[in-house]
Ligand binder design. Sequence first.
Ligand code: C2G
Length: 159
Amino acid sequence: MNLPLPAHLLARPAMGSVPRQPTEHRTVALTYGTYDLFHIGHVRLFERIRQRYDRLIVAVSTDQFNAIKGKQSVVPFEDRVAMVKACRYVDEVIAEEAWNQKPRDIRAFGVDALVMGSDWTDRFNEFKTLCDVVYLPRTEGVSTTELKADVLARVKALG
Ligand code: C2G
């Protein structure tokens, strides 16, 4: 004889009531840059960071901050953000507006590692009290500066 089950046993458990398995800690990496004339060196850096960490947050320098860095990018901030966001290795994009925002970003995003290319080696060691600081070798043979110089030379050659 099938006894009707009381309703509370038939009800689908409410979301959150099911004890969830403790999820593994997903490691978070953070990197900063201008990413002007987005090129293979930038992509390779993101790819290698994503091979080491579960999540990649990229801080893209605003045009105003670039002026503070003594740089003027060809591609405007909004477009540089859109291109970085479109890269499949990138999980989140934030704005870089000041040199001193890194500690706040590291804490706000629970960052495990601040990762930069080797041209920044030892420049951010002060943040080792907050997270790992990692410098990865740059991709040789390509840079925004070289691309700009190459285009200029070709234009000149056209006379
Ligand atoms: N990069 C690389 N290989 C290249 C060129 C660049 O790995 N051939 C890396 C750089 O080492 C850097 C990143 O790409 O980590 C972004 O480089 P830039 O756009 O030149 O960034 P930069 O203006 O140096 O800004 O607070 C830090 C600054 O915002 C870094």
